[in-house]
Ligand binder design. Structure first.
Ligand code: GRG
Length: 287
């Protein structure tokens, strides 16, 4: 885990170096770096690297695809924190991008990261595989994936939502990008269809568990450890798994989805111990 994370940090720094003096895009580049290099758990890029390794590739080869997913994720966090969305002032343990650079620049920093993500994915050493992976990322991050989930989220604010609507929202907002991360790792290793669909099943389990654990941490978590404010769903009158099911049943759902992810790994011949442990550790995460 530490190896993967360290390598991701180094690769991101290289892909988005400090702007040279006099660069007309210096402010937006600094705002992009401010959010991208602020830490974060790097869950999505680690999944890309680990799936590449599991499918018989060398994880280092998947690095551009891993970085592309993290760039899309960071753009979504910057935009999600804007006053027109969730209006948050703390992210990754720092003031949010718009608090430091202003709303217009934060919007552009998100746009800059989203487009840099595709530039990066398309620089994969095998152009056909790079294009295929970029398409997967576009589809799952787009209006039928993460963007669509965010629309459902906005529409539920202040209104009652049932379990089925919550699932639709979380499939888009959270699972879709995690699925992109897992599938892109398989694609980097030229894995077959069976592997891709098992990676999607793993992502469904881990993604739903990750989101429900996030709902639990919003109630039980420590804002300092999380690097973001807690109690936000209740303050915004948003329905989530905890408000619908209660704490205990919500954690049971986390464990059930995690088990589903672990079972999906049986389809792979390679050594899946890392991805198994990763899923289990996310189910009990504190941050
Ligand atoms: C603005 C298009 C657009 C989408 C926003 C990602 C997102 C959709 C909203 C952020 C809020 C949220 C709770 C999303 C669900 C996914 C999630 C739990 C994101 C936080 O991811 P972590 O915990 O964050 O991996 P770090 O900072 O560790 O990378």
């Amino acid at each position: 885990m530490d190896n993967y994370r360290r390598a991701v940090e180094a690769a991101l720094e290289k892909l988005l170096p400090p702007p040279p003096k006099g660069d007309p895009a210096a402010v937006v580049a600094e705002a992009m770096r401010y959010s991208l290099l602020a830490g974060g758990k790097r869950v999505r890029p680690v999944l890309t690297l680990a799936f590449c390794q599991l499918c018989g590739g060398s994880w280092r080869d998947a690095m551009p695809l891993a970085c592309a997913v993290e760039m899309v994720h960071t753009y979504s966090l910057i935009h999600d924190d804007l006053p027109c969305m969730d209006d948050d002032d703390l992210r990754r343990g720092r003031p949010t991008c718009h608090k430091v650079y202003g709303e217009a620049m934060a919007l552009l920093a998100g746009d800059g990261l989203l487009t840099l993500a595709f530039d990066t994915a398309l620089c994969f050493y095998d152009p056909a595989r790079g294009a295929g992976a970029a398409r997967t990322l576009a589809r799952l991050a787009g209006y039928r994936g993460m963007v669509g989930g965010q629309c459902v989220d906005l529409s539920t604010q202040g209104k009652a939502a049932d379990l089925s609507l919550l699932q639709t929202m979380d499939q888009g907002k959270t699972v879709a990008l995690i699925e992109a991360a897992c599938r892109m790792g398989c694609m980097a290793a030229s894995a077959d269809r069976e592997a891709l669909s098992a990676a999607s099943r793993y992502a469904q389990g881990v993604g739903m568990a990750f989101q429900i654990r996030d709902d639990l941490l919003d109630v039980l978590g420590d804002a300092h450890k999380l690097g973001k404010n807690t109690g936000m769903d209740a303050a915004r009158d948003k329905t989530n798994y905890v408000s619908l099911l209660g704490l205990e049943a919500a954690q049971q759902q986390v464990d059930a989805y995690t088990q589903q992810a672990v079972e999906a790994l049986e389809a792979f011949e390679g050594d899946s111990r890392f991805l198994r442990e990763f899923a289990l550790s996310l189910a009990g995460r504190e941050a």
